[in-house]
Design a protein around this ligand. Structure first.
Ligand code: FAD
Length: 693
């Protein structure tokens, strides 16, 4: 079996000079086996005794280009890896990728002139840095920046630093690409020299990938000029060595069959549980809040008792999903791996700084089922990177065309909402058996946990977290198949199983419900908790206004639960107003009965104002109701009410923001721009809070 890998390497060598193409993904410069101990995985370089000095690290490993990423959902990390790979293969740069939280910034003023640093930075939430970039952001944008050498912001301390930067943002949010803009401004102010433009990708417009592709070509030209680089013909060089190990059985205790860490593999997971070390939590109850035709919404109660995890009302829980069996099968079949799915593979980084993103040893099946994001929309660059490995010349030509013709790619692949395996299946019935597995690891993201706004109050049920999730099952315009969300369909399957529902595999999708080595049996799901700033006022007598249509109601169920409990204890609770919207009152009105019961208990102090978009001839949305209740809203704001918005970022949240500005202006007799300003002020003072996605 080892020959297979050798064959591939020979094949790759033979392809030298054939087609210039690029691929995503190197994972460098973080501890070698982050899965071996959760402590290492948790604390990155710090705890593993590795240096936090980037200048030293680059020197030691002979690198002249570091690509830092600030990533929340993995896209920025993926772009960083792609840039590293391209820089190395096309321009001979000695690149490394670095998680921005694994290094210190106090010596950036010592960064050598003949090297370059990239900053690939996502903006999260309301103009915030991603979790791993918080310290970096605070350091560079703080009031008194001081470097180790004693230099301050006024001394042009970064004049030797050449940098490249790209931001990942969403124009439907108020602070579009705030991270890259602020960091770029801070670096420039301190004398650093930017190469190329500060790129901005827009997820809101759905153009992230194309923005990235369009930005990077002129950037490479500018960088080549600045550093005297020569572009060269590229050929695929695998980042990882993937060796089949026939001697090892998948039953061997050293093999990862989907477990997130070594402790989980050994059957002894232990805390502290975190984004690197999930807790395998029992689902204690699951039900459907509504089911209409092909739309349904789940309510789940997840126990964190005994885990030492805690949450506060308004926090998020992350669910670690498993890919659907049907998609795992499709993927393995497309890449000709079906018959050896349970073969054990050892994955190693070829470069010393490469970080293997998958726990190893593992099997093809486990890698694809638990560790790789195989169902996401596929990128043009990744598809084109497969051309040299196409099963025949005709398919190779077609892939090359897809890679170079943006419109053609959109028509054939993107508009069809194909995953990588679906796209290749549509191109040819022949398997793509020559594609090196390393290329798939490089080109696809790690399977990401999905976040859910916790829909319970920690004051009422501190050990049980509720979630409210709509099952993603949509036929997107132009697509011939229905796109099934990874996590929500997995949760639906868990619910079906738990309730002994007749069809345990919804929509013909099968799931490995009992998890690796049956460790999730008895209906468990891996989770971690993420603390958020979306919080009730500390003084419950303050009024609150909440706008949460659809699943946007999730955190507000928790808020109301909490205020009702406080009221029941005799505490003074301020007026509590919820604007809720859905299609029809008798179809998808979430928690209708519960809210009725709370209203009976709290009387007039709880107002639920509803908007049903499909009942009358006019579509009525929450923002219309908000307008109708302008006086109430304005009065409560005068009483220092907090204003909360949760749910759809693209349309609803933006409209609500605008409407509130109008209400304030009208009710107070101000010009409309003053109203807008007031809303901005409310945002910065924390009395206008958003939890949107
Ligand atoms: P995914 O597989 O992630 O797919 C998501 C969407 O991507 C699909 O619906 C589709 O539009 C698109 N897509 C997927 N595959 C393709 C493809 N091949 N081609 C084209 N398009 C594709 N959701 C809730 O229901 N309730 C909540 O309380 C909630 N709270 C959240 C809080 C936060 C802070 C955030 C960030 C998100 C929240 N979400 C919530 C959304 C949630 O995290 C998930 O995004 C959502 O449940 C879908 O996850 P999924 O894995 O089922 O779908």
């Amino acid at each position: 079996a080892q020959l297979d890998t050798l064959d591939l390497i020979v094949l790759v060598a033979l392809l030298v000079g054939s087609v210039a193409y690029f691929t995503k993904g190197t994972y460098w410069a973080v501890p070698k086996d982050p899965y071996a101990s959760s402590a290492v995985a948790l604390n990155g370089a710090a705890k593993s005794g590795k240096t936090r000095n980037i200048v030293e690290k680059m020197d030691e490993t002979g690198k002249n280009c570091v690509i830092f990423y600030g990533s929340q959902t993995g896209t920025a990390e993926d772009y960083a890896s792609r840039l590293a790979k391209e820089g190395s293969q096309r321009f001979g740069l000695k690149t490394m990728v670095a998680d921005i939280e694994d290094y210190d910034y106090e010596n950036l003023d010592q960064f050598p002139e003949d090297k370059v640093a990239f900053f690939v930075l996502a903006t999260y939430g309301e103009g915030e840095p991603t979790d791993n970039a918080v310290e970096f952001y605070q350091f560079l944008t703080g009031d008194d920046v001081a470097f180790e050498s004693g230099a301050t912001a006024d001394d042009s301390p970064l004049s030797s630093l050449k940098y490249v930067t790209f931001g990942l943002g969403n124009n439907t949010y108020e602070h579009y690409n705030a991270m890259v803009r602020r960091i770029d401004a801070a670096l420039t102010k301190m004398g650093a020299q930017r190469i190329g433009t500060a790129g901005e990708g827009d997820d809101g417009a759905g153009t992230m990938e194309e923005d990235f592709l369009a930005w990077k070509e002129p950037m490479w030209t500018a960088l080549s000029d600045a550093m005297g680089l020569q572009e060269r013909e590229t050929t695929y060089e695998p980042v990882f060595s993937v060796v089949e190990n026939e001697d090892k059985s998948p039953e061997d205790e050293t093999v990862y069959l989907g477990e997130p860490t070594a402790a989980h593999r050994a059957g002894q997971p232990k805390g502290p549980y975190s984004a690197h070390n999930p807790y395998i939590a029992p689902i204690v109850e699951s039900r459907e809040l509504f089911t209409v035709k092909d739309r349904n919404c789940l309510h789940m109660e997840i126990s964190i008792a005994g885990s030492n995890l805690s949450y506060q009302t308004g926090d998020h829980i992350a669910i670690w999903p498993t890919n659907a069996g049907a998609e795992v099968d499709r993927f393995l079949q497309v890449f000709g791996l079906e018959n050896k799915r349970h073969t054990v593979i050892d994955i190693k980084g070829i470069d010393v700084t490469a970080k293997v993103p998958i726990p190893t040893p593992t099997t093809y099946d486990a890698a694809v089922r638990y560790y790789m994001e195989i169902c996401a929309p596929v990128s043009r660059q990744f598809v084109s990177s497969l051309a040299p490995f196409a099963p025949d010349e005709q398919i190779k030509a077609e892939i090359t065309r897809l890679g170079s013709d943006k419109d053609y790619f959109h028509e054939k692949i993107a508009n069809q909402c194909f995953t990588i395996a679906q796209a290749l299946q549509a191109l040819s019935p022949k398997p793509f058996s020559a594609v090196p597995f390393s290329l798939l690891i490089e080109g696809l993201n790690k399977l990401q946990p999905r976040y859910y706004s916790i829909s319970s109050s920690s004051a009422v049920q501190k050990d049980t977290i509720s979630i409210t999730a709509v099952v993603e099952s949509v036929r997107l315009p132009g697509a011939s198949h229905i796109v099934k969300g990874v996590t929500t369909n997995y949760l639906l399957a868990l619910k079906q199983k738990q309730n002994g529902d007749p069809s345990p595999d919804p929509h013909g999708m099968t799931y490995a419900i009992t998890g690796p080595r049956n460790k999730y049996d008895g209906i468990h799901v891996p989770v971690h908790v993420r603390h958020s700033n979306f919080k009730l006022p500390s003084d419950p007598s303050k009024p609150i206004i909440m706008v949460g249509p659809g699943t946007g109601v999730a955190p507000f169920r928790g808020f109301i639960q909490e205020r009702a409990a406080l009221a029941a204890k005799g505490e003074k609770v301020g007026t509590t107003v919820l604007f809720f919207g859905c299609r029809k009152r008798d179809e998808d009105f979430l928690y209708q009965d519960e809210f009725k019961a709370y209203q009976e208990q709290m009387g007039d102090s709880l107002k639920i104002i509803t908007a049903f978009s499909r009942e009358g001839s006019n579509k009525v949305y929450v923002q219309h109701r908000l307008k109708e209740h302008a006086e109430l809203v304005s009065d409560l704001l005068k009483q220092k009410a907090n204003f909360y918005v949760c749910g759809d970022a693209a349309n609803m949240a933006r409209e609500v923001n605008i409407v509130l500005g109008h209400i304030i202006a009208e009710q107070r007799g101000m010009p409309s721009d003053k109203g807008e300003e007031m809303v901005k002020h409310m945002r910065s003072s924390g009395s206008y809070q958003e939890d949107v996605w």
